[in-house]
Design a protein around this ligand. Sequence first.
Ligand code: NAP
Length: 321
Amino acid sequence: MKKNVVVFNRLAPDLVDRLAASFNVVQLASSADLPEALAAGPVHGLIGAGWQLGRTQLAAAVGLEVVSSISVGYDNYDLDYLNECGVLLTNTPDVLTETTADLAVTLMLSAARRIVELDGWLRAGNWRGALGPEHFGCDMYGKTLGIIGLGNIGAAIARRGRFGFGMRVLYTSNSPKPALEQELGAAFRDMDTLLSESDFVCVVVPLNEHTHRLIGQRELGLMKSSAILVNVARGPILDEAALVEALSTGQIRAAGLDVYEQEPLADSPLFGLNNLVCVPHIGSATHETRRAMAELAVQNLEQALLGETPLHMVNPQVRAV
Ligand code: NAP
């Protein structure tokens, strides 16, 4: 008998068809419909992205074997609860690494060269003569790049910085990375030293209880007044109110954000800041990469439900019990 799969949020029609060849598939557009779909019968697999799926949302689940997330980050799931219930969680690392690193560099350069601010200034008809220092930006080439979290994406950003922009690379991570130190000439620093020595600081750690509000008023206070902060990881890693204060008082030069404490972000004190470049969580949002992520998530789901070993398991230990 075919197993039952619920697709949440969005999946390309041809991938839904591919799943439908092996499973009974139901698609949900709103998270409000999930409890009813789960209560209607056993649901063996869930696949999608972006929904908060914790104890409450999954309380009605019967027979659930796998949640296949179309993302690398999995902070929107209650991993302890999934472990308790023996539900496998799979994700989609690697295929989004280079695209997300591209966005981090875009944010660094945009903030450094004031691209969004000067685009608006030009379109408003302000360009009437030669530009003075009040419109100058700062160089990225040859500066010091501090990576907080030298994992897949952090290393891809560091490579761009080192080999594309001749930057000196500093990093913090849970554990030292000797191979990357060798490749990139990178040097380990504790977090406070990294913040005080870097001209560009990139945040690329997962969101968890250790990284929640990792960067707040104290940490921003350690940064150079000429420094630029970029966050492409998760919003709650950064204290947004402290960032608004740091940007409006000139504590740091500028920032680039892809992620926010609350998403979607409709209005915010951030919007009033000229020295902030902000985009709506588009780290992996290219046609090619979103397609690769969706294909990988479908493959993870198929493998989990058909008794094979999925390529990317977050909690493989649940399969051993
Ligand atoms: P990854 O390969 O697992 O790398 C994460 C790195 O963070 C690891 O090097 C880890 O160190 C380090 N780390 C973890 N906790 C730390 C801490 N408390 N202090 C310092 N370093 C710490 O993950 P990834 O693929 O690079 O992705 C990183 C995160 O980016 C994801 O979790 C996701 O939330 C976010 N992301 C966002 C977008 C977007 O659209 N904006 C796209 C993709 C990913 P160790 O290796 O030593 O443990």
